[in-house]
Every structure is written in structure tokens, then in C-alpha cells.
Design a protein around this ligand. Structure first.
Ligand SMILES: [Fe+2]
Length: 424
């Protein structure tokens, strides 16, 4: 199938506002290539968190749309990113995942680059180039970066939408999720491969509270949550650009560090603080593939919150690498941090009970969507849940809010934006 045929067929078979999503978009190689070009090469994608490289000359390797990039904090504290390719012969300049270096030496011919990008050393330069090599034209290729609340985003787009506009109203929810006070990442992110299309993760976190009572039903049976329908109460909210989240409410207990209440108040608006004080959980997806999660779990009889963000990184139509970061309030007590981490490990770390339930489902959905049959038989998914509902007007945050978490409105919004970009 050519790209033109794929796009024509996509527009014939996919109607997000009517809740019609074709199964083949979770497996088709042409769709996957188009996503790479029209979404991952164009939008902002999360690279990491500033607290991962706290010191001068710290660096980490990440990939942006599948291309390796070096993200480095310079001597001047500024964070920069470069394509991880020597400008002489194209060798991967840096091969360690993270470390501390003021400059990088290419393993092929020894070309040496400062962590600000300039080429500062060429072995035998004057002799072999006769003093004629213009090193000023050989700096590393810079990656466009933007940051928000410690999150580092990158894009290959030379003329991107400003990051602020891209995040739009979803910043209000990112503030609560990852910016309610100074947050830090604990350790390097964990990475694991799941034989799943990447969109299933994004979709699950953007709107799917409904699966909780079945997929994670054993958690209710174990008594870790009050009832199987505990995930229904609250709000489902979406904003421009496909972003959306689920806010579970109410919650009579304050599961965050008591001693940080003033810090929270300083970082948040009164409306955001009221919400977080009464919030049971926050689950959301920032388009295209960053999901965030704040959830509360009882550890040794005490309710404690834990925060994670994860990236559903495509590595093929039917395979993704999941990167998960455990994040914690930087100024919380060591004891609280420890308990929060225990809660994370128990629930949404790679070995967590929720995570294992979910990835099992993601894998089977992808297998059922694979090959030519779902395409030939035009198999579609039903995303009509909640279409009868009107948005509520008493929700304090921006965006379109519904007063019930069981809805697929956020997925329809997510896929509408996905389809717009695919057509761009
Ligand atoms: Fe789940």
C-alpha cells in the first residue's frame, strides 16, 4: 500500500468523533511509517527530567523519534541537546547511557566536541588539513529543546509550535501531576520491551478507567481498593492537541507529605490545591506518548501517594519500549520518599501488579490487530462510551470536563488529533 492509499483508506475507515477506530492502525507498517514522519518528527516529545542531570557536565542519552541524542548540562548550567553523531564521518559520538563529561571524543577518528557542541580538537589537524579545516562549520547538530516544570522536551521540527502552545491547557494538570512542588527523579528510568503498539498505552492512560474494575479486579479482591467500581467517580477532562486525563475524587485522606502543604500552595493556584487535596488519583496522557500517574496506595496500613511518568516509545508497529521514571517530592522526608517508592514498586513499576495486568492486555490486543486480516475484514473498535453526556460546568480546571470517569471522550479527542496530524 502506498502512503497515499494508506491515508485515503484511513480517512474512509476512521471516524473518531463517532467512536469508530480501525484495528489495523495498531499494526500496519505503512501507518507506522506515517506516524514517524508526521507525528514523531514534528511534535514535541519528552526526553527526560532536569533532575536526571543535576550537575554541571552531567549528560544522558535519549532518543528522539528513534534518533540518539545527547542531553547535556553545560558548565554554564544550560541544558542543550545534540544529535549523537560525529560531524566528520557520522559515528555515534557517545555510547554510555549517562555520565559526567565536559567534552565528547569520537571513537572513530578522535574528533573532540565540547558539551556546548563546538568541535575543539582534531588529531594532527594542522598537518593533515594544512590549517584549512573550518571547524566552526562542524559543530554538532543541535536539537530544539523546551522545558516545562522540569520536563525536557525535544523536537526535530525546525519551525515547531511553541511548547507552551502545544501543552496548552494541559499545563494545569501537569502542574498538579509533576509540578506541585519541586520534584526529582529517583535513579535512571527503568526500561522494558512490550510486544504492543505504542498507542495502546497512550490510549489506556488518556481515558480508560473502565478497565480497572476487570483487568485490575484482583486488587479489589485483595482489599487494596474499596470496591471494583472505585475508579468510576471523578472527572474525565481533555484539552486541545489530544491531551487528556482522569481525576479520581473524592479522597478524605491527604496522602502527600504533610510538611509540604505550604510548598504545594506556593506552586499551585488555590483551585489546583483544592483539587489535589481531594484527589484520589490522576492519570493522563500528553500527546503523543507521555503518560503521567499519581496514585495512592496503602503501604503498611498507611496511605501514601506515588508519582510516575512513562514514555510509550515506538520501536516497531507491534513493539514498544516503555520507559518509566519514579518521581518524588524533593523536599519530603527520607522516610516518606522510601514509602512512596515502595508504593510505586508495588503498583506501577515494571514488576507492579497494575503494570503486569495492563501489559498482558496490550500484548493480546496488538496480536489480534496484526497481519492482513484486520485490514481485509475492516475490523473496528467501539469508542462510543459517554457520547450521551454533556460536559460539566462546575469543574475548576480548563478543557472539556465530564463528571464521570467512565467515558471514551478523551480517546475520541486523542484520535481526532492523531488523525489531523496524519493528514497534515
Ligand atoms: Fe490498567
Amino acid at each position: 500500500m502506498t502512503r497515499e492509499e494508506a491515508l485515503r483508506y484511513l480517512n474512509e475507515t476512521m471516524v473518531p468523533e463517532e467512536g469508530v477506530i480501525p484495528a489495523y492502525i495498531l499494526s500496519d507498517p505503512t501507518i507506522y511509517k506515517l506516524e514517524h514522519e508526521k507525528i514523531f518528527m514534528k511534535t514535541w516529545v519528552l526526553l527526560g527530567h532536569e533532575s536526571e542531570i543535576p550537575n554541571k557536565n552531567d549528560y544522558m542519552l535519549r532518543d528522539l523519534a528513534g534518533y540518539s541524542v545527547i542531553i547535556s548540562r553545560g558548565q554554564d548550567e544550560e541544558i542543550r541537546a545534540f544529535y549523537n553523531m560525529c560531524t566528520h564521518r557520522g559515528m555515534k559520538l557517545c555510547r554510555a547511557d549517562h555520565g559526567n563529561k565536559a567534552n565528547f571524543t569520537c571513537p572513530y577518528h578522535g574528533f573532540n566536541f565540547k558539551n556546548t557542541g563546538e568541535l575543539i580538537g582534531v588529531p594532527l589537524q594542522n598537518d593533515i588539513y594544512g590549517g584549512k579545516l573550518d571547524t566552526s562549520k562542524m559543530s554538532l547538530n543541535k536539537v530544539t529543546l523546551g522545558t516545562y516544570r522540569g520536563l525536557i522536551f525535544g523536537t526535530w521540527n525546525d519551525n515547531p509550535q511553541p511548547l507552551d502552545d502545544f501543552l496548552s491547557d494541559f499545563k494545569w494538570y501537569l502542574d498538579i501531576g509533576l509540578g506541585r512542588t519541586e520534584m526529582e527523579v529517583v535513579g535512571p528510568p527503568q526500561k522494558f520491551i512490550v510486544h504492543s503498539n505504542w498507542k495502546i498505552g497512550s490510549d489506556n492512560f488518556v481515558s480508560d478507567s473502565y478497565h480497572t474494575m476487570v483487568t485490575h479486579g484482583s486488587i479489589a479482591q485483595l482489599g487494596m481498593v474499596p470496591s471494583a467500581t472505585y475508579s468510576k467517580k471523578g472527572y474525565q477532562v481533555h484539552t486541545d492537541n489530544g491531551h487528556g486525563c482522569l481525576i479520581g475524587m473524592p479522597n478524605p485522606d491527604f496522602p502527600f507529605p504533610e510538611e509540604l502543604k505550604d510548598e504545594y500552595k506556593a506552586h499551585l493556584t488555590p483551585e489546583q490545591y483544592d483539587l489535589i487535596s481531594n484527589m484520589k488519583n490522576l492519570i493522563g496522557t500528553l500527546f503523543p506518548n507521555l503518560s503521567i500517574l499519581v496514585s495512592h496506595t496503602k503501604v503498611k496500613g498507611q496511605l501514601v501517594s506515588n508519582t510516575t511518568m512513562r514514555l510509550w516509545k515506538p520501536v516497531g508497529p507491534d513493539k514498544m519500549e516503555v520507559m518509566t521514571w519514579f518521581m518524588v517530592e524533593k523536599n519530603a522526608s527520607e522516610d516518606w520518599k522510601y514509602r512512596s517508592r515502595e508504593a510505586y514498586i508495588l503498583t506501577f513499576s515494571p514488576s507492579g501488579i497494575f503494570e503486569q495486568d495492563d501489559t498482558e492486555v496490550f500484548t493480546d490486543i496488538t496480536a489480534a490487530a496484526s497481519g492482513v486480516m484486520p485490514f481485509a475484514k475492516q475490523l473496528t473498535y467501539n469508542y462510543t462510551m459517554g457520547m450521551h453526556r454533556e460536559p460539566v460546568t462546575d469543574f475548576p480546571g480548563p478543557g472539556v470536563a465530564y463528571g464521570d470517569k467512565f467515558s471514551e471522550a478523551n480517546s475520541r479527542n486523542y484520535y481526532r488529533y492523531w488523525l489531523n496530524l496524519m493528514n497534515s
